[in-house]
Write a protein that binds this ligand. Structure first.
Ligand SMILES: [Zn+2]
Length: 96
């Protein structure tokens, strides 16, 4: 009797959807939002689910158009001041 693990299929589908969401500029929520302690640039997610960066809380949110660059595992670089920011939490589903 053949048996397909439905949970495994679900995980694969979720990963696929996360990749698609990132390609569209949507935030998949698979890591914490970044916040630069040096220049104050921070990531935010709009009501539409788009990942943006801003320097002030505003409604509607103001997008600077800048994006944090992912370097090595869990380390990102601020696009405004080049500070390296480490995420303490491990990304789910990624090898260390
Ligand atoms: Zn910065």
């Amino acid at each position: 009797m053949s048996y397909v693990n439905p949970f495994l299929d679900l995980c694969r589908e979720l990963r696929h959807l996360q990749d698609e969401a990132e390609a569209l500029g949507l935030f998949a929520g698979d890591r914490d939002l970044l916040d630069c302690p040096t220049c104050g640039l921070f990531e935010d997610v709009t009501a539409e689910g788009l990942l943006i960066t801003s320097r002030q809380l505003a409604h509607p949110p103001l997008d600077t158009g800048l994006r944090f660059h992912e370097g090595s595992a869990n380390t990102f670089q601020c696009p405004a001041c080049s500070r390296a920011i480490s995420l303490n939490h491990q990304n789910h589903g990624e090898a260390a």
